[in-house]
Design a protein around this ligand. Structure first.
Ligand SMILES: C[S@@+](CC[C@H](N)C(=O)[O-])C[C@H]1O[C@@H](n2cnc3c(N)ncnc32)[C@H](O)[C@@H]1O
Length: 188
């Protein structure tokens, strides 16, 4: 029988989205963190990350994306909301989400305020992306918000960083990571 790691590697061979830049160690961490949880994938693209996390044990994923590129298929407990963040942020959500996922978030300034409003309703936040090599994920406004939360997982990588934030405020003495500093210093 294949180990979880072998199954992850096999899945990556078949997918070619931004998030597949993560290393197997990083993906294993995301899988473990999201298992059994209700996820909100903000800027879900084709929904392949949502599908991946569902396959590896996430309970349910609500995918939000302004584009109607919709996944090739809808898998398991995956629900789509084709709205931009501003529209979605006005939804009267009756529950908080356990995990908000921002994988390679847009750097569109107009989208940041509603995106942060949505993240405030998420108990934890999973960030995937990089601010190195001329790439900009999010804007200083987003990073100002993220760095107000406690960082519980920090896995930098050559192609992508993985960071996970809890619902607690940033403790005194928890320094900003290189990725966070780059994000806060970006000039649009
Ligand atoms: C760089 S892609 C990342 C896709 C996917 N998360 C991944 O890691 O492969 C950014 C996605 O955010 C979506 N997006 C950008 N601005 C948005 C907005 N204001 N509201 C909702 N989705 C948005 C885009 O349509 C696109 O699918």
């Amino acid at each position: 029988m294949n180990t979880e790691r072998e199954l992850i590697a096999e899945y990556l061979d078949r997918s070619n989205e931004y998030w597949t830049n993560l290393t197997e160690d990083q993906l294993e961490q995301v899988v473990h963190f999201c298992r059994g949880k209700l996820l909100l994938d903000l800027g879900a693209g084709f929904g392949t990350l949502a599908e991946f996390l569902l396959r590896f044990g996430a309970t349910r994923v609500l995918c939000v994306d302004k584009e109607n590129h919709h996944m090739k298929s809808t898998w398991g407990e995956m629900v789509w909301s084709h709205m931009n963040f501003a529209e979605f942020s006005t939804w009267p959500l009756d529950k908080t989400f356990e995990v908000g996922i921002i994988s390679w978030p847009t750097n569109n300034d107009m989208a940041m305020c509603p995106l942060v409003e949505i993240l405030r309703k998420c108990a934890s936040v999973v960030y995937i992306g990089t601010n190195k090599g001329g790439t900009q994920c999010g804007t200083p406004y987003l990073w100002e918000y993220l760095t107000s939360r406690e960082l519980i997982v920090d896995m930098p990588g050559n192609d992508s960083s993985l960071m996970i934030y809890s619902d607690k405020p940033r403790p005194c003495g928890q320094d900003r990571t290189e990725e966070e500093i780059e994000g806060m210093n970006m000039h649009l």
